[in-house]
Ligand binder design. Structure first.
Ligand code: ADP
Length: 542
């Protein structure tokens, strides 16, 4: 027997409708690309999104079409997502930090018909436009007064284009499983792969992720999403903030410590979300200037492992609660968050920092398991490492436009490519990417554990560990470090610092200081590049 409740499709425009009706005056504040701070609210965001939808429809954009957005976090970018999805078209977020060849590749693969972009990226697009034959129109997120002269096909200033729509329009209606967003993973090896979110997966993910043990959103929160809308579906904040009426504070293109600090203070930000590299800059700024954030209660840190030293600095020196989150583009993107469960409420001191350094537990809608190479499930004992596999309503079942045979296992789980432990309380800890783990004499050494430890040394600003060929052990760890400003790295001193904190056979065989560690387009350590740099390196133990 079927239940007798209403079908109420989980469509993204219902989110902005709800925000406008319940939280209409709640603000969306942005540092505009033109310079000044811009203020709007959910009522106006909805009103303008509806005009975006109307105007796109008039340009002939229909259900299923891809509209690229290549832009920073601002109110206009937010409006565009609701406008695009409101007619069943698909926002395709393009990461401007990718190599130009990759940008061309993904935009052609996605067959984007329209591109919406910031002033900043007009020169980049002009250089690529000849190789983007399918793009019919470029819409620049600015007004007529700031619109540059450009040869981009049918280029128009967003505000002029939008002014041609009166807003007398209704969202279109379609199945909740309709595609809503397309985001390509950066693909450090091979071509990028497109992850195609649906309306349903975005809405459910945002609802679930906002629970108090995860992001914990409410209409009283003021949130700074430093994580770009173009990276991993904005950690769903573009949906969850309006859904729960949280104020949004959009940083635009200025992501340095001083600019973020100023914005967080001015807008009374209570929670901020971003990758560790960004928070490192903020911490360094506060330490140097002797400043403290006065309203921030919680930092959401994820995208790569949050170093223990960073958690300690925020929690102990600044009294800010750190929530360490893990996820990936393929998971919409969040999979776990590190709140403290009731049975651990007494954990304090170093043990609490250790707990927070783990990547947390799966919230409702995410199932996890760890397996060996043969696919056999491994115990949740906090020690056994295995391949981390996931299933859920917001986990991908296939990449866009490719053969997906064999992507999921027999139980329908997706292999994340991460290696992890899960403890008896359900807390997962990433020990490595499966391709970065160091295989020494048939045993695995976690590069992430070593990196986290090394950055606790007072002279070390950033650390990366890679496996280097060794005649006896196959591979041994090499620790690569960037010294803090004005410091000199003493190899033996760093190794001594690590002694006793890890198993003896995990100790790096050598330490190399470098001026800079390479990063990927999404701010992660580029191990592939680093391995290339040290490919002919001879360990002193070899
Ligand atoms: P991309 O692969 O395009 O850089 P993703 O955000 O999809 O972007 O990357 C996902 C990967 O990032 C995860 O599989 C994992 O390896 C890593 N990652 C994300 N969050 C964490 C975290 N908190 N700790 C360790 N690794 C993380």
């Amino acid at each position: 027997m079927l239940g007798l409740m209403q079908d109420w499709p989980l469509l993204i425009h219902r989110v902005i409708d709800h925000a406008a009706s319940q939280f209409g005056p709640r603000e969306v504040v942005s540092r505009s690309i033109e310079g000044p701070i811009h203020r709007t609210d959910y009522a106006r965001v909805r009103e303008r999104s509806l005009r975006v939808a109307q105007r796109l429809a008039r340009d002939g954009v229909v259900n299923g079409d891809r509209v690229a957005t290549l832009a920073w976090n601002t109110w206009r970018h937010l409006e565009s997502w609701y406008g695009i999805t409101g007619i069943g078209a698909i926002y395709h977020t393009v990461n401007p930090r990718l190599f130009p060849e990759q940008i061309v590749w993904i935009m052609n693969h996605a067959e984007d018909r329209v591109v919406m972009t910031d002033l900043t990226f007009v020169p980049l697009l002009e250089a690529l436009a000849d190789r983007l034959p399918k793009v019919e129109r470029y819409i620049v997120f600015t007004d007529g007064a700031h619109m540059p002269a450009t040869k981009l096909r049918n280029a128009v200033a967003y505000e002029d284009w939008l002014a041609e729509a009166d807003g007398d329009f209704r969202w279109t209606s379609f199945d909740e499983k309709t595609a809503a967003g397309l985001c390509y993973t950066s693909g450090t090896t091979g071509n990028p792969k497109g992850v195609l979110y649906s309306h349903r997966s975005n809405v459910l993910h945002s609802m679930s992720l906002s629970n108090a043990d995860a992001f914990g959103l409410s209409s009283r929160a003021s949130i700074l999403p430093v994580v770009p809308l173009f990276h991993a579906n904005s950690w769903s904040l573009a949906f969850s903030c309006p859904m729960y009426g949280a104020k949004m504070v959009m940083p635009g293109m200025r992501l340095d410590g001083a600019s973020l600090f100023e914005l967080m203070e001015a807008e009374k930000v209570t929670m901020a979300a971003g990758v560790p590299t960004v928070w490192l800059m903020l911490l360094q700024y506060m330490q140097k200037e002797g400043k403290r954030l006065s309203t921030v209660e919680r930092m959401l840190i994820g995208g790569s492992a949050c170093p223990r030293a960073m958690i300690e600095a925020f929690e102990r020196d600044y009294g800010i609660d750190v929530v360490h989150a893990w996820g990936m583009t393929e998971m919409s993107p969040v999979g776990s968050c590190g709140a403290v469960k009731a049975q651990l409420a007494d954990v304090a001191g170093d043990a609490l920092i250790d707990l927070k350094a783990k990547q947390g537990f799966a919230f409702f809608g995410v199932e996890m398991k760890i397996t060996d190479d043969a696919g056999k499930s491994l115990p949740w004992d906090g020690k056994t490492f295995g391949r981390l596999k996931v299933a859920g309503f917001a986990v991908t079942k296939g990449y866009y436009g490719v053969d997906n045979a064999g992507l999921l296992d027999d139980e329908g789980f997706f292999d994340t490519g991460d290696v992890a432990t899960i403890d008896a309380n359900g807390y997962m800890q990433i020990t490595d990417r499966s391709k970065d783990v160091i295989k020494s004499g048939g045993e695995w050494i976690s590069s992430i554990d070593l990196e986290n430890l090394a950055v606790g040394h007072p002279d070390v600003a950033e650390a990366a560990v890679i496996g280097v060929a060794h005649p006896r052990w196959d591979e041994r760890p090499l620790l690569v470090v960037v010294p803090k400003e004005g410091r000199v790295i003493q190899r033996d001193d760093v190794l001594k610092f690590m002694e006793g904190k890890i198993a003896k056979w995990w100790m790096p065989d050598d330490v190399q200081a470098v001026a800079e560690i390479p990063h990927t387009a999404t701010g992660k350590i580029n191990k592939l590049k680093l391995r290339e740099t040290f490919s002919s390196y001879k360990l002193p133990t070899a």
